[in-house]
Write a protein that binds this ligand. Structure first.
Ligand code: CA
Length: 225
């Protein structure tokens, strides 16, 4: 299995490389973001260890561009200690895991094994049906180029429908997943919210993405024209 390490600190990069080679991996090292992105695009690595602070292109840019290019190689990001923002941003950008420096080689190799098991299937960071797009990290929604102003609850409802797109979901499914357990109001609240959502994401665009399935619930259609 071939791995890519993108790290500009030569000593650290070398330590990681030697540790991983000792475990039987073939390891390539890139010492800047541009070379890292190029290698990650040109070769099929099993996984990538990606530092964030890099010359040329930072780790977040590398990860975002890789995903935009349709490359889903698992990425483990190396962050500074106390880098909570970096950790959150990395995951939202399409990284799969992170490890704060300094880290133990044992933990790094265990995390990589877990990523390798998961493989390089498509793991988009945004949910999409035709030109309707939702970014769950940023809680933002677009229809084509238009960004839509949805309330938090409307966004959650749309997120749920997008995650189950093509499937019929009942009002109760929606209540269970979009409202919390303590909700004891009228289940018809779902109808009200579905209507509001349609008025924002469908009607103004002459679309019919969110359909009512008589007697059973709702469905977000795939391939709505
Ligand atoms: Ca660095």
């Amino acid at each position: 299995m071939r791995l890519l390490v993108v790290e500009d600190e030569a000593g650290l990069a070398d330590g990681i490389r030697r540790g991983l080679e000792a475990e039987g991996y073939a390891v390539d090292v890139a010492d800047n973001g541009i070379d890292g992105l190029w290698r990650a695009t040109e070769h099929d690595y099993g996984a990538i260890v990606l530092d964030l602070m890099l010359p040329g292109k930072n780790g977040l840019q590398v990860c975002a561009e890789l995903r935009a290019a349709g490359r889903w190689t698992p990425v483990l990001v190396l962050t500074a200690r106390d880098g909570e923002q970096d950790e959150a941003r990395s995951l939202d950008t399409g990284a799969d895991d992170f490890l704060a420096k300094p880290f133990s080689p044992v933990v790094l190799s265990a995390r990589l094994r877990a990523l390798l098991r998961r493989g390089a299937g498509e793991r988009p960071t945004t949910l999409q049906a035709d030109d309707l797009r939702l970014d769950p990290g940023a809680r933002r929604v677009w229809r084509g180029a238009d960004e839509l102003a949805l309330t938090a609850r409307e966004t959650s409802l749309l997120e749920y429908l997008l995650r189950r797109k093509g499937e019929t979901v009942s009002k109760l499914d929606v209540l269970d997943n979009v409202w919390d357990d303590r909700f004891e109001g009228d289940p018809n609240i779902v109808e009200v919210y579905v209507r509001r959502l349609r008025n924002k994401v469908d009607r103004p665009y002459g679309r019919d993405t969110i359909t009512t399935v008589r007697g059973s619930g709702y469905r977000l259609e795939v391939g709505d024209g």
